[in-house]
Design a protein around this ligand. Structure first.
Ligand code: TYC
Length: 118
């Protein structure tokens, strides 16, 4: 007759709370897991009235594009109807949308700027 496997050892009691050298109980907590912020893309939409130069200026001023990159993105929007200006955490994306729309309306342009989950 084969022997039974040895019984598993009894469960260990919970560890005693740690005490510092002065005898105080030291509270320990796992570091909170911090989720990376969810990202949003800021998108410009084409229209028939906003001047190309204004869109290029917006891309340079609010999205840190150089002249070539800004022109390229503007032309893509002009031909395809929309284009991504950049991808940012939610609050940064919302601020950029607000700044772009405020600047456009101040100049009387109908430019549309939106944010979408990336
Ligand atoms: N279609 C505009 C024009 O011909 C230019 C334009 C480009 C407007 C991009 C908006 O997001 C835009 N003047």
């Amino acid at each position: 007759m084969p022997e039974d496997p040895p019984p598993s050892p009894p469960p260990k009691p919970p560890a005693a709370p740690r005490r510092d050298s002065g005898g105080a109980v030291v509270a320990e907590r796992k570091a909170a897991r911090v989720k990376p912020p969810s990202l949003y893309q800021v998108v410009l939409l084409n229209d028939d009235y906003t001047p190309m130069e204004f869109v290029v200026m917006v891309l340079q001023r609010y999205f840190q594009r150089d002249a070539d990159s800004a022109t390229h993105i503007m032309l893509k929007i002009h031909h395809e109807g929309r284009g991504i200006c950049g991808v940012y955490p939610k609050d940064v994306a919302a601020t950029k949308v607000e700044l772009v729309i405020t600047a456009a309306r101040r100049e009387g342009h109908p430019l549309q700027c939106i944010m979408e989950a990336a």
